[in-house]
Design a protein around this ligand. Structure first.
Ligand code: KG4
Ligand code: ZN
Length: 332
């Protein structure tokens, strides 16, 4: 089965073709083609994504992106068995472009279309490495828009244990980077600066780390950095290291607590922030100590892309999510 995955929920236009083959050992996903058109240059000067500009860029880039995706393979539109598209959560103007584009293709090519939840797609990106998930699993989804701890009893069976009450982890990276005069997106910039510092002497708060729930809060951390930078000139690598470690400490502490309480066999780390080397390494060490499997997508598949949408589309294909294309709406 060949699936076309379309992602436009934020500021990356992602289109991919994924071949799915059920085998004796499970379903195997093969990426045939994967195109991502980044809008970093457009949003950089604002230090964050501007929704209307993002939609305008998606509109401009989506057709060239589709053409590039098909150019790299022998696959033709007639070979596509299913079109999968992100229907939420995300920025409404951005989502609308992807959904309308997908609906147009489905009508033109007369193909079935399925709506995909962006968070589920981030989690299922792990299957592109052909990794098996042993259940129950705890998924930590950390991106620019979301920070969620999810208990997964099977593919498609999720329970949100906790989430951020204000800023997402990625948003905190982005906003602190802006405060420090670094570029956008902030995550990679902060970690690049952090690498330059051996030991930070700055002390930042670890918000909600001792609360008896699985919720997060990152806006206070950003404010703490703001006050410290206002009071005195700070050493940027030192501040970057401490900010990164404060975020990592809270994420890991809550994830391990959930894993122990739910007797998890697997911990999945996904979303754009999962590309963070320190977070990957430190969580991996903790998983080894607890003797649970640790799964994380390859770095290029942590941030938004069309391949993860195709994978999630495969699992949704037999559910009520498959709609006559005229009925497919965002946010469902
Ligand atoms: O999943 P994603 O591409 O888009 C959303 O669904 O939001 O995540 C983007 C977020 C941004 O906030 C970016 O700063 C963060 O992921 N990010 C990182 C790293 N690479 C991307 N955060 C920390 N370390 C990184 N290496
Ligand atoms: Zn995302």
């Amino acid at each position: 089965m060949i699936i076309l995955g379309i992602e436009t929920s934020c500021d990356d236009t992602g289109i991919a073709i994924v071949e799915v083959a059920p085998t004796k050992v499970g379903v195997v996903f093969d990426i045939l083609s994967n195109t991502i058109s980044s809008q970093i240059k457009v949003h950089q000067k604002y230090g964050g994504v501007v929704p209307n500009l993002a939609a305008r860029e998606h509109l401009k880039n989506i057709e060239p992106c589709l053409k590039t995706t098909f150019k790299q393979v022998k696959t033709k539109p007639k070979d596509i068995d299913l079109i999968a598209v992100t229907i939420g959560p995300g920025l409404i103007p951005s989502l609308l472009i992807g959904v309308h584009f997908a609906k147009t293709l489905a009508y033109k090519w007369q193909k079935p279309i399925v709506g995909v939840n962006h968070i589920e797609a981030h989690i299922l990106a792990i299957l592109l490495k052909n990794k098996k998930i042993k259940f129950p699993a705890i998924a930590l989804v950390v991106s620019g828009g979301h920070t969620q701890l999810i208990l997964m009893s099977d593919i498609g069976k999720y329970k949100i244990l906790g989430e951020t009450r204000d800023d997402a982890a990625g948003e905190c990276f982005d906003k602190v980077a802006k405060l420090l005069g670094l570029g956008y997106p902030g995550g990679p910039e902060i970690s690049k600066q952090a690498e330059k510092c051996k030991k930070s002497n700055i002390d930042l708060t670890r918000p909600m780390i001792n609360h008896k729930n699985y919720d997060f809060s990152f806006s206070g951390l950003k404010t703490a950095v703001l006050y410290k930078t206002k009071k005195q000139k700070v050493n940027i690598p030192e501040m970057a290291k401490e900010t990164q470690q404060a975020i990592i400490d809270v994420l890991i502490s809550k994830t391990m607590k959930a894993a122990k309480e739910c007797k998890a066999k697997t911990i999945i780390l996904s979303g754009g922030v999962a590309a963070n080397e320190e977070l990957r390494n430190q969580l991996n060490v903790k998983c080894k100590l607890l003797n649970v499997n640790f799964l994380v997508p390859t770095k290029n598949l942590c941030t938004d892309n069309g391949t993860m949408i195709a994978v999630a589309g495969y699992f949704n294909k037999s559910t009520k999510n498959v709609k006559a294309n005229a009925n497919l709406r965002i946010g469902q």
